[in-house]
Design a protein around this ligand. Structure first.
Ligand code: ATP
Length: 193
């Protein structure tokens, strides 16, 4: 199985691009979504999170207490890193198990932090989705109905697009000028050849 990663900054269009790959039959593992599932389902991981953040990290019904967790990790980078260090290997293993069960020529792992945590190195190819910052901000503000300043802050806290592009095998330009489907199709042809 060929494992391909898709990443990009907030609002670059990772999900939008993945939907196109999905529409042509490529299986996608949405790492951030699966991480949330594993933080709920994986007992061992759950215990480690409680050890790190306290029992309040979970409600009595077993669901993650997101406001509590966010209030801790967004004010303390060290704790955020410790949490990522707990969750990351569990998600990577889950994605590897998932990938082994797929029947296509290649499969895709979509994640926001593939470059930041170096996990792209374990994949065969990396696709980076890009778009000018002002377009990304406009799209996220519209999608999430949020403030420009909040989106700008999140972008400021992320690794720059340039750093991601440097290690990419393929770059998809989602600035709106070039057809996304056309770009996806070209990459697809290369990956299946
Ligand atoms: P996040 O990092 O927040 O998960 P993302 O990189 O997955 O975001 P998307 O959710 O795919 O980005 O796109 C952000 C928003 O921009 C969405 O509302 C999406 O519909 C819109 N969008 C993405 N690409 C385009 C495009 N080419 N033209 C118009 N709107 C777009």
């Amino acid at each position: 199985m060929i494992n391909v990663g898709i990443t990009g900054g907030i609002g670059s269009g990772k999900t939008t691009v993945c939907k196109i790959f999905e529409s042509i039959g490529i299986p996608i593992y949405y790492a951030d979504f699966e991480a949330k599932r594993l933080m709920y389902k994986n007992k061992n991981l759950k215990q480690k999170i409680k050890d790190l953040l306290g029992n309040q990290a979970y409600y009595s019904n077993g669901r993650l207490n997101k406001p509590y967790v966010a209030s801790i990790v967004f004010n303390d980078k060290k704790i955020l890193n410790s949490l990522n260090t707990l969750v990351h290997p569990v998600v990577t293993q889950d994605a590897t198990n998932w990938s082994a069960k797929q029947n296509s020529k290649y499969c895709i792992r979509e994640a926001a932090l593939l470059v930041e945590n170096s996990s792209y190195k374990q994949l065969d190819y990396l696709i980076v989705v890009t778009a000018p910052i002002e377009i990304r901000i406009k799209r996220v503000v519209q999608r999430d109905n949020t403030d420009i300043s909040k989106v700008q802050l999140r972008i400021k806290n992320q690794l720059s697009e340039n750093e991601k592009v440097k290690v990419a095998d393929f770059v998809i330009d989602n600035g709106g000028e070039i057809s996304l489907f056309h770009q996806v199709w070209k990459i697809h042809q290369i990956l299946i050849s």
